[in-house]
Design a protein around this ligand. Structure first.
Ligand code: ADP
Ligand code: MG
Length: 602
């Protein structure tokens, strides 16, 4: 687009950064100002009218008109007339009037007519922060067949865009009859929207050279493992192996449900990088300690491994280590020249922190390989879209298939729940109870942690309590892990902490939580094959959303359910988890259009 500075600013205001962005802003409606040759019933008509007589009262004004273009007398009605109506509709005057035509008492009647100056044109009405005439001008000046051809839009879709922005009378009549655009037009808009989005994403993809080709030997590590890797773990490790052979720095997200064994992939990647150095950043001290323990257990003894948290000695140089495992405390240390940077539970970090850790070990142009791990599977369509900017691997199989019964319960079943918890305690198993709130609230009709804890503490032994802002939460969880019966918490417990004796989770007010969060919470139990139970305690009747959730344990399936039950408007905000929201394209039902676009772009 050839734009002056003011117009550039205007387009920025409406979020249009390229020609297709502008072209995809379709009018919300049209005003057809062509003089009607014959009456178009139920539609807006332009009439060449001579006023014959008028009848006024404060509630409405009645007109008798001669429609010169129909050669016929018709009536008109104006509700809540103002003084200017009286001035404008004077008997014996002749003007072009515009309004909706219907039959009333067997006579043609025009409702709420207005007098217009401009005729024989169609005015698209845009819903936009800009004035309509500005929108029309910008479209006229920029949206040409040549310009669209140049950016690779095919002839049929160019025709659709032209029809929408520069419509014929027939097109507008169809629009009014359908009460919107036809399915064909909508389909073309969906196509162009997702095409445009993918092209923009792809153009943001940066390709940087890697520091080195990494070809560490995996076999000693694999031989020493006490179990065989699942086929999905093997597949992802192979993908990473291929990445590392390349001269470009890889950028990959490994997506796999809680318990799918992502830590083994992390360790394998560090082995592949060896003798070059690796860094892993994870969101909490507990999680980093856990991974550190596993690294010590499974990695070859030659590996020099360190655990870095904010308690670590800041004076110690980290340059000698092969593998650093730490929290964001890593960001404040001098880091060795690592070839591989990994982030676990990546959605727990901000975009800036994630970018920073990899920048810290970049040298000139050259970047480390960058792997992120996520326990939040995203739906297939969204991951296809994201794959234009980042490579995505999926781990679907779990090493221990989880065995969890999910039950939707209400107040009546509370006594059964207490019985169940007592039984589990006898078996030395643990329960987590998740409340929606820490303190009492007027808005939510559920107990808060502060209200409920007294009862639990009175009724059971070894009850622990923690919540998001609790400074001691990590040590409380660690103590609970060792010796607790019941942990009362908020959704903070979501992070991937392993609690091998946890058999039951009770989630209070599940209707307030997204399916992804519920899935994360439920995934805490039965991590090592233990029989697990998830109770969803609600004061409301079970919804279809929760019932369907209770029937599957597959994170990828739940991601699809989540998409299905979300409002289209809630879709996609943020980064890899999501993307952006679309006006036309619906990731829930337009997979086939997406495939077509990918085919064209490949
Ligand atoms: P997550 O994907 O949630 O990070 P973890 O890596 O913590 O999962 O793995 C969960 C548990 O499964 C750990 O105890 C781990 O040692 C074990 N595990 C991982 N891979 C396998 C496997 N292939 N066979 C058996 N157990 C495995
Ligand atoms: Mg993990």
């Amino acid at each position: 687009m050839n734009l002056n500075a003011e117009d550039k600013e205007r387009l920025k205001k409406i979020g249009a950064s390229n020609l297709l962005d502008l072209a995809l802003l379709a009018p919300a409606k049209y005003e057809n100002l062509h003089i009607s040759k014959s009456p178009k019933m139920g539609l807006q008509n332009v009439i060449d009218a001579t006023i014959l007589s008028t009848e006024y009262n404060p509630r409405f004004m009645k007109l008798t008109l001669f429609a010169n273009n129909f050669d016929k007398e018709i009536s008109g009605i104006i509700f809540h007339p103002r003084k200017y109506h009286l001035d404008n509709f004077k008997p014996n005057s002749r003007s072009y009037i515009f309004g909706k035509l219907d039959i009333n008492y067997e006579k043609l009647q025009i409702t709420q007519p207005i007098i217009i100056q401009e005729i024989n044109t169609i005015i698209p009405k845009y819903k936009s922060k800009l004035q309509n005439k500005t929108m029309i001008r910008l479209i006229k000046e920029n949206l040409t067949e040549d310009a669209l051809l140049k950016i690779g839009v095919d002839a049929l879709k160019i025709k659709t865009l032209m029809d929408v922005h520069f419509p014929t009378e027939d097109f507008v009549d169809m629009f009014l009859k359908n009460d919107g655009f036809s399915d064909e037009v909508v389909r073309d808009f969906k196509y162009l929207e997702i095409y445009n989005h993918i092209q923009k994403l792809s153009s943001k993809k940066t390709i940087s050279p890697s520091k080195n080709i990494l070809e560490g030997d995996l076999s000693p590590f694999l031989k020493k493992l006490p179990f065989k890797l699942t086929t999905d773990q093997q597949k992802v490790i192979q993908e990473i192996k291929d990445d590392f052979k390349s001269n470009t720095a890889s950028k990959r997200v490994v997506m796999g449900d809680v318990g799918s064994g992502k830590t083994m992939v992390i360790l394998a990647a560090a082995v592949l990088a060896y003798p070059k150095k690796s860094i892993l950043m994870a969101p909490t001290t507990i999680l980093t300690s856990q991974i550190y323990e596993e690294a010590l257990k499974y990695l070859p003894k030659s590996f020099k491994i360190a655990l870095i948290t904010n308690k670590s000695d800041k004076k110690e140089s980290l340059l000698k280590y092969d593998f650093l495992i730490g929290t964001h405390a890593l960001l404040f240390r001098e880091l060795p020249d690592a070839d591989l940077v990994m982030i676990d539970e990546q959605h727990r970090f901000g975009t800036k922190q994630r970018a920073l850790i990899s920048q810290l070990v970049s040298r000139d142009e050259k970047q480390p390989h960058f792997l992120q791990f996520s326990a939040t599977p995203i739906p297939r369509t969204l991951s296809m879209i994201q794959s234009s900017i980042i490579d995505i691997s999926r781990i679907v199989l779990l090493p221990f298939p989880q065995d969890i019964d999910t039950r939707l319960i209400g107040g009546c079943e509370f006594a059964d729940l207490i019985e169940h918890i007592k039984e589990e305690i006898k078996l030395k198993r643990q329960t987590i109870i998740v409340y929606p709130l820490v303190e009492e609230s007027d808005v939510i009709d559920y107990q808060s942690i502060e209200q409920a804890r007294g009862w639990w503490e009175k009724s059971f032994e070894k009850v622990y309590v923690t919540f998001g802002k609790d400074k001691a939460k990590e040590s409380v969880i660690a103590e609970f892990k060792e010796s607790g019966n019941i942990l009362i918490a908020t959704t903070l417990i979501e992070v991937g902490i392993s609690l091998p004796n946890l058999s039951t989770i009770v989630i209070v007010a599940p209707e307030r939580l997204g399916l992804a969060t519920l899935h994360q919470l439920r995934g805490r139990v039965s991590r090592t094959g233990l029989k697990g139970y998830c109770y969803l305690f609600s004061k409301q009747k079970p919804t279809k959303r929760l019932t369907e959730f209770s029937k599957t344990l597959d994170g990828f399936e739940i991601a699809e359910l989540d998409l299905k039950y979300r409002q289209a408007g809630d879709l996609l905000k943020g980064d890899v988890q999501s993307g952006k929201s679309f006006v036309w394209f619906d990731p829930r039902e337009d997979e086939e259009i997406l495939l077509e676009v990918r085919e064209k772009l490949s």
